[in-house]
Design a protein. Structure first.
Length: 246
């Protein structure tokens, strides 16, 4: 595992952006695995700027998002589809039909999970998967206790994850209780993984990530076995991991 420690969020976003842009430069028809949450927002802004400056062409790129809330339609402002359209897709020249996100309103959600996993296999797996980390070590919506053998599946969100995400909703009651997420095994299929962590809020999770053995109680620890995994972390998020060394 490579660990890149950067000064702050701005630098983290620039580094992540240049890794993604290099990937697309290497292969114009790259498949990218994308994430939602606050962490990748700066990276998306950098990518948009790169596109506007003519650095990157997304016309042959495909993307897979990790997860989607169950019950929210694509035009619901808190759905991950809406988030991705607003924060990235509508600002670059990617074709709509090349952007994949699980359908949280599918009539048969079990079927939707199987369909999505097949798509990941057929079109992907991603050349590069971008990931954030939850404060409890979740990746995608794979909560502690999720099997490392899991593929795309339905999850019950923990209270801590719902609370952490409540800031995007008008009240706690509005936060969905379930989601569809790519599983740990699905995520590990990616050729390269880029995990981002920024800010003090993530310091405990990063310390645990660096120190822990592989355990299903801490989903991000599954990434430690991946053959090409990079963590970009800013000083605030890295701080507790270093405290131990000194
Ligand atoms: C959500 C998403 C994850 C994300 C995590 C961290 O639960 N499902 O994919 O990594 O939150 O979010 P943030 O980057 O806002 O801290």
């Amino acid at each position: 595992m490579n660990i890149i420690v950067v000064k702050d969020y701005k630098e983290l976003s620039e580094r992540a952006c240049s890794i993604i842009e290099n990937q697309i430069e290497m292969r114009a028809a790259s498949v990218l695995g994308l994430a939602t949450g606050s962490t990748p927002l700066g990276t998306y802004q950098e990518l948009i700027q790169g596109y506007e400056e003519g650095r990157t062409d997304y016309s042959r790129v495909s993307t897979f998002n990790l997860d989607e809330y169950i019950g929210l339609s694509p035009d619901h402002p808190q759905s991950y589809r809406y988030f991705m359209n607003q924060k990235l897709f509508s600002h670059i020249n990617i074709s709509d039909e090349n952007t994949y996100i699980p359908d949280g309103k599918a009539e048969d959600l079990q079927k939707e999970c199987i369909r999505y996993e097949r798509l990941v296999e057929e079109i992907g797996p991603p050349d590069l998967q971008l990931l954030g980390i939850g404060e409890n070590g979740h990746i995608g919506f794979n909560e502690p206790g999720t099997s490392f053998e899991s593929e795309t599946h339905i999850v019950q969100l923990t209270d801590s994850t719902r609370e952490a995400n409540a800031r995007f909703f008008s009240s706690m009651e509005d936060v969905p209780t379930q989601a569809v997420t790519m599983g740990i095994r699905s995520i590990l299929k990616s050729r390269r993984i880029l995990l981002l962590a920024s800010g003090e809020r993530k310091a405990t999770a990063i310390k645990q990530f660096i120190e822990s053995e592989r355990t299903e109680q801490f989903p991000a620890s599954s990434l430690k076995d991946h053959q090409d995994m990079t963590l970009i972390v800013d000083q605030a998020a890295y701080q507790k991991a270093i405290e131990k060394e000194t």
